[in-house]
Design a protein around this ligand. Structure first.
Ligand code: PLP
Length: 507
């Protein structure tokens, strides 16, 4: 206790015995939790407000102190766990995975202990330089062209870790707009293009950037139609761009998706890139590639076709936090010309001036996104890559794709189901047969399968072609294989659960 009567917290939170006890207690809890996932249901019945009601309305006056780890973890068990959907369950097949790993957890822990703010190179050179190296490693890992790397002679490209693909889309859009303004073009006539199947984050980026007032506002945003496989129609894209140019507008940004959220469709990136390259400069819009989920599979050379044409891109993002064993959050974002990005984000108040930045020889990652302060996310990625190695990561992806094929074979052989699109990597989309009844039956199948809580799958609505060649929106079910611990027996359980619900009837 000091003269003010206060015991300085200082490093007492890290006092050897207490810290070790805490680490041991957390490790014991973590192992118990992860082991329990094999048996636990994926989701639980809970009503809104139930978790809230377990928490006192006021913060505690007295803390539990350095020996209170068991009390805190007791609360995790009794308050937190009952309100979770277990995303790390091997029977979680909904949305896209959020894959974690032991190496990722350790990396997060190290990063939390260091807890540096890597906003500038000078505020922690390791934070910046490890991240730069990881971005170049990952460019290698995914077979990306040299334009995205820092470590090539005369490079003006490079990458950084963003929190999410949505943040990457916003960064790409403002960089595109900045480039356009630097070309002396009219910022008030900007238009942007993505497909009707793109993730909502692209339109959201337009909303945040002031280019759309609502999700439906099409005054600047063009949603390009897709083909029967839900891939962007390259001709329709070029028609829309040319039409806007003729109308005196300024096409600024095109975003393709390699692996759409609903069905995993991959836009014809090469053709789109070649078409855009034919536009006279400065009419060529910025080309962003959103490979948030599917991009992870590019660690395997046999799955790189989806990125064919990526050399035409100005920016690209892939999320290792979805399918590459790297705990939340980790989106890799590369740009061909980092100046457009940093010019759009850089502002230097007096308190951030420093000699290294002024010399211009360093990367200051605060200029690559909206936040100033930034966590050292690269450490967990570094741990993951060093732990598994390139071959380990490839084996992980290949294993999941083989498991998805098992599920696909079940759908193919089950007369009450139809596979509506080709499987893409670990994603299988299907619905219940039944003509005009199919939507209702599919919805009920998903609800009832999830209601049994042993497995979790998800739904979406996409344009489907009916027998008469007419297209209309239809409900489909999605099974995305990607949880870290998933294995054959979990796929078998998924198949049994779906079979049981079908046997009971989904009328
Ligand atoms: N892009 C695609 C293709 C996605 O599937 C998703 C999410 O599933 C996103 C972007 C958004 O990802 P994030 O949560 O990282 O913003």
């Amino acid at each position: 206790m000091d003269e003010t009567g206060f015991t300085p917290i200082g490093l007492s939170g890290y006092r050897g015995d207490s810290f070790l006890n805490g680490l041991n207690a957390v490790a014991k809890w973590a192992l118990g939790y992860l082991d329990s996932l094999e048996d636990r249901d994926v989701s639980q019945e809970i009503t809104p407000g139930e978790i809230l009601s377990k928490l006192s309305e006021e913060p505690p006056l007295e803390g539990v102190g350095p020996d209170g780890w068991d009390q805190l973890l007791g609360d995790v068990e009794s308050i937190v766990e009952p309100g979770l959907v277990h995303w790390q369950s091997p029977r979680f097949f909904a949305y896209f995975p959020c894959s974690a790993s032991m190496a990722g957890v350790m990396g997060e822990l190290v990063s939390s202990v260091l807890n540096v703010n890597g906003m500038l190179w000078s505020t922690s050179p390791s934070a910046t330089e490890i991240e730069m190296r990881m971005m170049d490693w990952c460019a290698d890992l995914f077979g990306l062209p040299d334009q995205f790397r820092f470590d090539r002679a005369h490079s003006i490209g490079g990458g950084c870790i963003q929190g999410t693909a949505s943040e990457a889309a916003l960064a790409a859009l403002v960089a595109a707009r900045r480039r356009m303004i630097d070309q002396g073009r009219d910022r008030t006539t900007v238009t942007l293009y993505t497909s009707t199947q793109a993730h909502s984050s692209i339109v959201k980026a337009a909303m945040v950037a002031g280019l759309a007032d609502t999700p439906e506002d099409g005054s600047r945003v063009r949603l390009v139609p897709t083909d029967g496989q839900l891939r962007m129609d390259p001709r329709a894209l070029m028609d829309a761009i040319r039409c806007d140019i003729d109308a005196g507008l300024t096409p600024c940004f095109v975003s393709t998706t390699q692996g759409t959220t609903s069905t995993g469709a991959c836009d014809p990136l090469n053709e789109i890139g070649e078409n855009l390259a034919e536009l006279r400069e400065p009419q060529r819009p910025w080309l962003h590639v959103d490979a948030a989920w599917a991009g992870a599979a590019a660690v395997c050379p046999e799955h790189r076709a989806m990125l064919a044409g990526v050399e035409h891109a100005d920016s690209l993002c892939i999320n290792p936090h979805k399918w590459l064993l790297t705990n939340f959050d980790c989106d890799l974002f590369w740009v061909r010309d980092r100046r457009a990005l940093t010019d759009s984000m850089s502002i230097t108040p007096a308190y951030l001036h420093n000699a290294s930045s002024e010399d211009g020889g360093v990367i200051d990652y605060r200029d690559w996104h909206v936040p100033l302060g930034r966590r050292m996310r690269a450490i967990k990625l570094w741990f993951v890559i060093r732990h598994f190695g390139v071959e380990g990561l490839r084996a992980h992806i290949r294993h999941h794709i083989e498991l998805a094929k098992l599920f696909e074979a079940f759908v193919e052989g089950e007369l009450r189901l139809e596979q509506v699109f080709e499987r893409v990597l670990g994603l299988v989309c299907f619905r219940v047969v039944g003509g005009t009844e199919a939507d209702g039956r599919t919805r009920r199948l998903i609800e009832r399968v999830n209601g049994r809580r042993r497995v979790m799958i998800s739904q979406t609505v996409v344009p489907l072609m009916d027998g008469a060649g007419e297209t209309r929106d239809g409900v489909i079910a999605r099974v995305a294989v990607g949880s870290t611990g998933v294995d054959r027996r979990h796929i078998e359980e998924l198949i049994r659960e779906i079979g049981t619900v079908l046997d009971k009837g989904v009328e």
